[in-house]
Design a protein. Structure first.
Length: 259
């Protein structure tokens, strides 16, 4: 079995593959101050609760955008599972060539999403991968597997938090799409502005990418957090895959794992 882990700014998502089947997946809060023992016990407990024998985990792959967590997390895998994980970064085979001004600035999660989008959905054509995480990222990989362009915007949760934290009379709200943009109270007016406004932003960015690349037929694949809410509200997103990151990690694992 393979443990696949994506460490994000808000959450750490963990999955387990048996062959090519994802047999379990969980989400825990990212905390810089956690020790390797705490991370190890958390993973161990999740596996046990789901009747997955930790002794069957024989390899692992990790992508991370939180460097401060990595020392503890890697040590947890070594201590509790006797595993030296593959860490997505320079030197790891992905099939993606990063051609940006500073390739080392590109988050590992973005590469992982592009790998899965390209290998599962692009059929060798240019593709846009969108990840609705703490930030929302729009990344473009061309038919040659070259990652040249990326756009980053605040995530919808960041936008919601900023609104209620920086205004005296607006409440904290659930992020959901109201039936109509024509709101009649404060809560639904905030929800309408957030969700319909975010859908509009997403549609504009996708259309602008296609316009500047002179290609209206680029397939768009999305994943992450509140991505389903946005994806269901627009025809500009062709595919929503909630497990795109897990699939990308498994693909990269298989390219690099040596027994």
């Amino acid at each position: 079995m393979v443990l696949v882990v994506d460490i994000g700014n808000t959450n750490i998502v963990i999955g387990v593959y048996k062959g090519n089947e994802l047999v379990g997946n969980w989400r825990i809060v990212t905390r810089n101050e956690k020790t390797s023992d705490e991370y190890g016990i958390s993973i161990f407990s999740l596996l046990s609760y789901n009747d997955i024998n930790h002794k069957n985990i024989n390899s692992a792959i990790v992508s991370s955008v939180v460097p401060n967590v990595m020392y503890s997390f890697e040590n947890a895998l070594k201590k509790f599972f006797d595993i030296e994980p593959i860490v997505v970064g320079p030197g790891v085979k992905t099939g993606i060539t990063i051609i940006t001004d500073n390739p080392r600035e590109v988050g590992a999660d973005r590469i992982v999403a592009l790998v899965a989008a390209r290998e599962l959905y692009s059929k060798g054509d240019t593709i846009i991968a969108i990840d609705f995480g703490t930030a929302t990222t729009y990344d473009v990989v061309n038919e040659k597997g070259e990652f040249r362009y990326g756009i980053t915007s605040p995530g919808i949760q960041i936008s919601a938090d900023a609104m209620w934290q920086r205004t005296a009379q607006l409440p904290k709200i659930e992020i959901k799409k109201p039936d109509s943009i024509l709101a009649k109270n404060t809560v639904t007016s905030m929800q309408a502005g957030l969700v319909y406004g975010y859908i509009g932003q997403v549609e504009y960015i996708i259309k602008k990418i296609k316009e500047e690349l002179h290609n209206e037929n680029i397939k768009v694949v999305a994943t992450g957090g509140l991505g389903r809410l946005i994806s269901d509200g627009t025809s500009e997103i062709d595919i929503f895959d909630p497990h795109l990151i897990f699939k990308g990690l498994k693909i990269i694992h298989d390219k690099n794992y040596k027994e």
